[in-house]
Design a protein around this ligand. Structure first.
Ligand code: FVH
Length: 288
């Protein structure tokens, strides 16, 4: 065992990409997967096959875990608490802040450091420009292993609360799904005329490039709670205009169900007397 030895537990599409990146950088990589055959291509490239998950954990000080969900992580590692001491577990499985905190406490109970991670990339992007991974947990463990973790993509450490990476991961994914949902509506509307999505897509992408700066512009209003200052397009006006989406959808024979919840929130906010404010004030209705 040495500092350059890394174990990867879970060889789905993502785990395989992570192990590949480690092998390509010259690391000694031990791999384990429930379906053992998925390790074959990596073994052909020089990875060492562990017969059990416990053997994989024992093989390295750094153990990268990338499974379907936290239940599978518990099923795989739960029976092997006796081999965790002195290891750093880097769990890149998608989950919630609460699940990450719980797993950090469980790892600490068994003498392991725990870093939680959120991979902001798809498997073919691993190790390539544009990929980044959020990490949270003890800063010392992150600093120790960062040179290895950097092989997956840009490493962004977001704090010592183990749940922070999962929270930011889900925040980023929610924004992505919002953009995709809006774009799906846009493309359904355009396609309803028989026009080509391929022809319209560049116009849509150009429009979205203007929209990507919105969070930065909205951030100050959100932090201060001041939705009144320097309002350019007030909510009443936007809510009235938004109704046209539903009329147009009806005219064109498409469903506007992706947009409906947004309009309902806008209307509630206007009804509560905030029509003169910026759209950003709708965030108040999301607080519980
Ligand atoms: N692929 C992606 O685009 C996204 C990008 C962002 C991050 N996610 C998250 O990464 C985790 C793994 O995703 P994946 O793409 O590798 O997923 P699969 O290819 O479906 O592989 C799943 C692996 O999990 C193993 N597994 C599932 N259940 C169990 C279980 N009960 N016990 C043991 N292992 C289990 C599965 O094993 P097998 O089916 O091959 O035997 C795979 O190794 C995930 O959290 C994404 O949200 C990916």
């Amino acid at each position: 065992m040495n500092g350059k030895t890394v174990s990867v537990v879970g060889l789905g599409d993502m785990g395989t990409a992570l192990a590949d990146a480690l092998l390509a950088a010259g690391h000694r990589v031990t791999v384990w997967n429930r379906t053992a055959a998925k390790a074959d291509p990596l073994v052909a490239k020089g990875a060492i096959r562990a017969d059990t998950a416990a053997d994989a954990v024992l093989a390295s000080k750094l153990v990268v875990v990338c499974l379907l969900d936290y239940d599978s992580v518990s099923q795989v590692l739960g029976p092997h608490t006796d081999v965790l001491a002195g290891r750093t577990l880097v769990n890149l499985t998608n989950g919630t802040p609460g699940q990450a905190r719980e797993m950090a406490a469980w790892a600490a109970e068994h003498g392991a450091d725990y870093l939680d991670g959120g991979i902001m990339a798809v498997p073919p992007m691993i190790g390539k420009p544009g990929a980044f991974v959020l990490y949270s947990g003890p800063s010392g463990a992150f600093e120790t292993w960062q040179p290895v973790l950097d092989l997956f993509g840009e490493s962004r450490y977001v704090g010592d609360d183990a749940g922070a990476a999962a929270l930011q991961d889900l925040a980023l994914l929610s924004s992505m799904y919002g953009v995709i949902a809006g774009s799906l509506h846009a493309l359904a509307l355009v396609r309803s005329t028989g026009a080509s999505a391929r022809e319209f897509a560049p116009t849509l992408s150009k429009w979205l490039q203007g929209v990507v700066t919105w969070p930065v512009e909205a951030a100050e209003r959100i932090d201060t709670g001041d939705y009144d200052k320097d309002v350019v397009s007030n909510l009443s006006m936007q809510s009235a205009g938004f109704a046209n989406h539903f009329i147009a959808a009806e005219e064109q024979g498409i469903s506007a169900e992706l947009l409906l919840p947004v309009h309902q929130l806008m209307q509630r906010r206007v009804a509560d007397g905030h029509g003169h404010e910026d759209f950003v004030g709708v965030i108040e209705l999301l607080k519980r």
